[in-house]
Design a protein around this ligand. Sequence first.
Ligand code: FES
Length: 259
Amino acid sequence: MTIALILLATAAGLLALALWWIRRQNEAFGYANTGAKRVGAGCEIGQRLLMASAGEGGGGAGAGGSGGGVRPKRRKPSGPSRRAFLRNSMAIGWLGVLGGFGGATLAFLWPSLRGGFGAVIDVGNVDDIVATIREEQRPYEFPQGRTYLVEYDPALDPTGEYAEITGGAPLMALYQVCVHLGCKVPFCEQSQWFECPCHGSKYNRWGEYRSGPAPRGLDRFGVEVEDGTLRVDTSQIIEISRQTSALEQPPEGPSCVDG
Ligand code: FES
């Protein structure tokens, strides 16, 4: 979200700069036009006076032969000047650049707007997810939400540590990122724990801290079930202290990483 704000602020700054530049060019062009009109008007008035005087002396001019008459000047073509054309082209170019930048910003934000990571995401049918976890004997991985879903049994959580964030769902959503320095934490099928390959932090099946430099348990997201569909709210991270230890689960086999 911070990056999005920076992008929007930059786009606004560029837009303001472009508007300032266009206004400045318009002002300069307006002054030039004003001057041109004055000159044109002056010439036109002078021209009319000359034509009038020529008409008054008319006879003379007409009679005096062809050399005495005043010919009206030709008007310049009224289309846009080259300068105006270049100015407009540059303005259109600026608008094109800003449009592209705005489009890129929208593309960046679009996943959140349409329910990607950072929003509430529909994962799928709860019963199907639970069946998959039991069959594969590993967490259900949901890459779109950067989430592991693990089965949650309230009977194994007598103090109700996770009752609120699971909201009655038989599943709990763990953020896949290690709380130490941000590596993705894989699940070790041998030990049935999460074990970080970067510095060896380990977490049990519910993501509770067990060993290593991690300052707390794996972060998690709130979930809810509606019409049998599980939804994960990835807009807000929920932290679990290092001391939280509801699940009694020693490693069920050898570790995948040392430490
Ligand atoms: S990033 Fe996982 S232990 Fe350091």
